[in-house]
Design a protein around this ligand. Sequence first.
Ligand code: MN
Length: 759
Amino acid sequence: MAIGRRNQPQMQAATEAVAAVPSAPPAAAKKPVRTKMMRQYDLVDRVRAYNPNTDEDLLNRAYVYAMMAHGEQKRASGDPYFSHPLEVAAILTNLKLDDATIVAALLHDTIEDTESTRAEIDQMFGSEIGALVEGLTKLKRLELVSREAKQAENLRKLLLAISDDVRVLLVKLADRLHNMRTMEFMPPASRRRIAEETLDIYAPLAGRMGMQEMREELEDLSFRIIDPDAHAVVVQRLDALEARDKNLIGEIEAQLSAKLAKNGVNAHVKGRRKQPFSIWMKMERKSVGFEQLSDIFGFRIIVNSIAEVYRTVGIVHTTWPVVPGRFKDYISTPKQNDYRSIHTTVIGPGKQRVELQIRTEEMDRVNEYGIAAHAFYKDGVGSPTERLEKESNAFAWLRHTVEVLSESANPEEFLEHTKMELFHDQVFCFTPKGKLIALPRHANVIDFAYAVHTDVGNSAVGCKINGKFAPLSSELQNGDEVEVLTSQAQSAPPSAWESLAVTGKARAAIRRATRTAVRDQYAGLGRRIVERLFMRAKIAYADDKLKGALPRLARVSIDDVMAAVGRGEMKASDVARAMYPDYKEEARLSSKKSGAAANPKSAADTKTSGAIPIRGINSDLPVKFAPNGGAVPGDRIVGIVTPGEGITIYPIQSPALKDFEEEPERWLDVRWDTDEATPRRFPARLHVQNVNEPGSLAQVASVIAEHDGNIDNINMSRRSPDFTDLIIDLEVYDLKHLNGIIAQLRAKAVVASVDRING
Ligand code: MN
């Protein structure tokens, strides 16, 4: 088992008078394994190895100072507390950081947890280090109150602190990494909270700052805590694939090296398997199975110069067939976090898809270590922060984003921006007057319009991007100048925009503006229901007559009445009774007669389904799920009105909806209204193709059961000697739950494919 093997480096380290190797994966053992502390000279040796000019005296003084300050304090593991700042410092030596950062790491918990003061640290180590330690102390205090809903404000402070001196972030990330590595000693509840915060904030921040290695380890450690089952499945499967393809990887490495050497390129080729977390995200997000993931292994080709990078591309592309659409040149256009590389995929040796990353050594270093790769040695000009601002796009971006975001006064708005947008790439666009509008990547002109002003969004009818007419759904690129064309004739935006918009701000505004339009839709539906009832009862309907009955219905307008009927808040028969007090008996008679003849499924035998939590429709209108496949919260859904029967809920991707394309008046805009406090199950259907093997059905069933899915029914048919088709009806809580089960099924070797069926 992978866990056991992973434990070994730590056990070994413990018996060898050296501290745990910082790059070693975390111990997963349940019982405490104490690690011996790194000695003073070990730390100095590590720093001297990459920085011959290190101030050894400074390091030694900091080591002793922190050790004395923490004194008898213990960690949850029982280790002396001092082992923690020491390991944090060790992690930073792997990033080859300057003395001030290493010392700040040693001292990072002193002000908060010991008698030490800023003044004392300033006096002993200088104000540069004092400021770093104080920055870290502020972050630590932030963390202690962060459960108190002040998350937005805290995040803002975090970003401000790290944009002052990015070394604060580097120590903070190392601090978090060491805490994550030693998490097994924490109570399970805080373990989960810390892991979620790490996955939400610290891992993306590390990635945004270009520190891939740090990001990957933080993600992997969090993933293991948040979803241990999924983590184990992925690792197990990766191990199996690696064992199977072991020779192939070596062979591909050898063939690539040989081919390049023959053409005079001296390259270092390395096969590398992807991280469990990124594979899992792909399986969940793109809904693909293990077998369909072509890129479980990637190959890096490291060469000496940019010229050689492009020569290598030429050699590779003329030797093996290229997979179209996979070539990306991040050298001519680096990513915003300074990542530079060529990506391409070829059908390589053994007819295998081979994903290649081609880059120079310098690029490789920046790609792995990000901002930390911009050395902080003293021989540069200006302060580290000033130099970094010039050298690193990632840092310049951080500074800029903090500026843009600190202008937004509303904390919720800030949080939304930060969580949803800060950690993804942004695009910066301009109004014709030159005002900067920052939007998340993939935002379109609709988002832009609402970012300028809600009124501009609501009345937008067209646009010009860089002077050319373009559709409002056009995705924006950095530097685009966008002119939004508006029309006062448009009072509300089309409701379809809500799904086109990317930003929360635009979506909320569209929802608000279309609420009126939705109300009209309900009024229209209500009117149809009322008119139908009057027709059946053979009574004349007239608006004037209803107007007179409004007080009796406690409504102010005819539209109000109709919308109430459309929403199911009022029965059509109530309306009839309000208009014709003697309506009741007549209606019963006539509905009995005509109902039995024309409509065998009368209202009486259709199940009332107030149980289905759809917003805006209550139990008076029968609601049911599409018969084949159902729908689950998280699906975008529509309701189809069937006169005399009620409303059937279909997921938007259901092919059955084609049948209703010609009848738009039957389509109803509906939304889930589930209550998180009382989780419920919803029907879904899967098509699973199983390899015929003893026990394979049992494996499928137990995966579903283990992941809390209720199986309602299984239909089996054997199409070939090799495969069995299973149609499984099951009940799940929501789309995420369903997708999790699908991903777990796909991870099983006996499962060839899994697809959701929508009837
Ligand atoms: Mn700490």
